[in-house]
Design a protein around this ligand. Structure first.
Ligand SMILES: C[S@@+](CC[C@H](N)C(=O)[O-])C[C@H]1O[C@@H](n2cnc3c(N)ncnc32)[C@H](O)[C@@H]1O
Length: 395
């Protein structure tokens, strides 16, 4: 057997061990990430510059194909069926053109989003079943909604001689979407994009998500609380999924939990979906009306805003905080050494769509210190996410 043939066999054997070694999936997210990065390096070594460029330059179409399939309901139909279906079966259920469905099925199969179990017969796999979830559809369609800003970024930077300090009013979004509005303003006038975005925000950010309440020592910070104390203010909290996690762990008798967001978001919260959580319209640019809470919490909020805007918001929070209040910034942070692909894409997305940034730990810390806050520490989760904890600096 040639050395190459032997290598093929060993490589295949190694790959086939994954389901045996991890029969019920990966319990340890760090193990999964380490293995994935090794595999990605192996794939990279197998590319030529030409195939690398081919994969990269055509990648947006994979997302577009997924978006079309999501909106057509292809994943829903496949996931409802125990067995397999042909493109004609799917087209019939959807009342769509069979030739179009056949083309989309080919794309989904080629990109591992469905399984072709026998010639022309397709079945749902774990990806297809995930793409049925409202948060995943929202994820896909929000990215498609943001694309005008991505496509306009090179021209916008060129026109500005690569010397720019973007913010939500001055970034590639205005050029790409041919508007003077911010992305947020445009989205608030587009009910379909707003729904997709709010659904997307409920997506689990890490596998630690379920343990969020035990990941941070809320019990200690909420010690000796009573019914009138304000335990937790979720600022820019979207549909309230994080506020609800804390509420479920700490009954109403332990204190109040408040969710704040702009009216275009709070008005979309379904009645009864957040028992014992107070819902409040609030713009972070205005003085924070809730004083002396135990915890002020922001997840994935500051990254949407330029530094000078974030400092303005932070100064509002600092002015409301008491000596024992904590500010928790739950964000994906960038590292210079070995940055993940995700964080660098995330960063460019913020830059293009709203003039925001995925900051490094040091950059985020500097913002907090500018408004008189002292960073007590940063708790890291897998996949770039972390919680930075701060309190008012003692004089
Ligand atoms: C990326 S989303 C994060 C939502 C939620 N915290 C989460 O982690 O799922 C950012 C949120 O900030 C809100 N937001 C943006 N600008 C705001 C402002 N000026 N005042 C209050 N909320 C704002 C948006 O409406 C949105 O819900």
């Amino acid at each position: 057997m040639s050395a190459v043939e032997k290598w093929f066999q060993e490589f295949e054997a190694l790959c086939s061990q994954v389901p045996t070694l991890f029969p019920s999936g990966f319990d340890d997210e760090n193990v999964r990430i380490r293995a994935l990065r090794l595999a990605e390096k192996a794939v990279h070594q197998l590319h030529t510059p030409m195939t690398f460029a081919e994969a990269q330059t055509w990648a947006p179409l994979e997302l577009v194909g997924a978006g079309v399939a999501c909106e057509m309901g292809i994943f829903d139909i496949l996931s409802k069926h125990a067995g397999s279906l042909s493109a004609v079966d799917i087209a019939e259920e959807l009342n769509a053109d069979p030739a179009l469905v056949a083309r989309i099925m080919r794309l989904l199969d080629a990109h591992y989003m469905v399984d072709q179990v026998s010639l022309g017969q397709y079945a749902a796999n774990s990806i297809a079943r995930d793409y049925v979830q409202p948060y995943r559809k929202g994820n896909v369609m929000t990215q498609i909604g943001l694309m005008p800003s991505y496509f306009a970024l090179p021209a916008w930077l060129r026109a500005n001689n690569y010397k720019v300090l973007p913010d939500a009013n001055h970034c590639a979004w205005q050029v790409g979407a041919n508007t003077t509005e911010t992305f947020w303003e445009s989205m608030s006038k587009d009910p379909s994009l707003s729904k997709y975005f709010n659904d997307y925000m409920t997506v689990p950010r890490t596998t630690q998500e379920e343990d969020f309440v035990s990941f941070y020592p809320f019990e200690a910070v909420f010690a000796d609380s009573s019914v009138d104390d304000i335990l937790f203010v979720d600022i820019g909290g979207g549909l309230g999924h994080q506020a609800m996690r804390v509420r479920s762990a700490f009954p109403r008798s332990r204190g109040r939990i408040i969710l704040q967001d702009l009216p275009q978001v709070t008005s979309k919260i379904t009645a009864g979906s957040l028992p014992d959580v107070e819902i409040m319209d609030h713009n972070m640019a205005h003085p924070q009306p809730v004083k002396n809470a135990r915890v002020y919490y922001l997840r994935g909020v500051l990254h949407n805003h330029a530094d000078h805007v974030s400092v303005q918001f932070l100064s509002r929070f600092a002015a409301a905080m008491g000596p024992e209040s904590r500010l928790l910034i739950h964000e994906a942070l960038a590292t210079d050494l070995d940055p993940t692909k995700n964080i660098t894409r995330f960063d460019l997305s913020m830059f293009a769509s709203c003039g925001g940034a995925q900051r490094s730990e040091a950059e985020q810390k500097t913002l907090l210190e500018k408004v008189g806050l002292e960073v007590l520490g940063t708790r890291s989760m897998p996949r770039d996410w972390s919680i930075m904890e701060a309190k008012l600096k003692r004089e």
